[in-house]
Design a protein around this ligand. Structure first.
Ligand SMILES: NC(=O)c1ccc[n+]([C@@H]2O[C@H](COP(=O)([O-])OP(=O)(O)OC[C@H]3O[C@@H](n4cnc5c(N)ncnc54)[C@H](OP(=O)(O)O)[C@@H]3O)[C@@H](O)[C@H]2O)c1
Length: 258
């Protein structure tokens, strides 16, 4: 097992859910963390709390991964002591809406494609050259079971997560001679803000998603991220699918009270 002590982990979408859990998990392992998302106030609170709990450094900055210029400018101007990123966790992402394709609003598609695909590409493209120069690095993408299977009313979200899996595989081939690892973790149902965001803040509808089952938590996924990041140097965990015990596939869910 490799230690994360003193390493630098860069986590996108760290204000909530899986990304926030990853921030705490890396800090607990002694890694210094760079956290970002759009809600700076939340990031600052998380950074302060982590620094109180763990003896690590935290660098927090506001970032909208959809904004290509902002991504490159901000990552290229990181302070010198934060430039040598060892691990990138591409986590920022969302689903917007759950509608039949022909009834869906194309604005939802733009938002998902811009965040889940283009945002991941921009951040990776900004960080990867440094990893190549230093001759080491690990990119861990958060995909989804929706990247392995399509489900009704999820055409574009599923497409974005299929893209994450394709990008992961291609990228792994492109950096095979660079001592850089590329992994993807595909979670099933994780109870975070994901469904609230998907249903535009409709809490009752969001709760229904997890009704009758014990969903995964952000911590469950963070634990897998840490597992991937701490394997011996000759091991690359290429892909992990993590489902709740009551979930068999994207659409087959055993709900106990139904
Ligand atoms: N929850 C699930 O069931 C599930 C299952 C499979 C995969 N996933 C994937 O897991 C990842 C994390 O989702 P989650 O479940 O933890 O949801 P979440 O609680 O809603 O967290 C999403 C995070 O992404 C950030 N984000 C969204 N748009 C962004 C943007 N344009 N720029 C920067 N940051 C942005 C949000 O921060 P701000 O709003 O502050 O920017 C937030 O921190 C996503 O890629 C999602 O697709 C989730």
């Amino acid at each position: 097992m490799q230690s994360l002590k003193g390493k630098i982990a860069f986590i996108t979408g760290a204000t909530s859910g899986i990304g926030k859990a990853c921030a705490y998990a890396f800090a607990k392992e002694g890694a210094n963390i760079i956290i970002n998302a759009r809600r700076l106030n939340l990031l600052k609170e998380i950074a302060m709390d982590i620094q109180k709990k763990y003896d690590v450094n935290v660098y927090a900055f506001e970032l909208d991964v959809r904004n290509r210029k902002e991504v490159f400018t901000k990552i290229n101007s990181l302070p010198a002591e934060w430039k040598s990123i060892n691990i990138l966790v591409n986590n920022a992402g969302l689903a917007r809406g759950l509608n039949k394709f022909y009834e869906d609003n194309p604005d939802n598609w733009e938002e998902m494609i811009d965040t889940n695909i283009k945002g991941l590409l921009y951040v990776t493209h900004a960080i990867l050259p440094g990893m190549i120069q230093r001759g080491s690095g690990h990119i861990i993408n958060i995909g989804s079971i929706a990247g392995q299977e399509a489900y009704p009313k999820g055409a574009v979200y599923c497409a974005t997560k299929h893209a994450v899996n394709a990008i992961t595989k291609s990228l792994r081939m492109d950096v095979i001679d660079k001592n850089i690892l590329v992994s993807v973790i595909d979670p099933g149902l994780v109870e975070t803000n994901f469904s609230k965001v998907r249903f535009d803040g409709d809490e009752a509808r969001a709760k229904e998603v997890y009704k009758g089952l014990t969903p995964l938590t952000g911590d469950d996924i963070a634990e897998v991220v840490i597992f991937c990041a701490t394997r011996p140097p000759h091991v690359n965990i290429a892909q992990v699918t993590v489902l709740a015990s009551q979930q068999a596939s994207a659409t087959i869910i055993h709900r106990k009270d139904q």
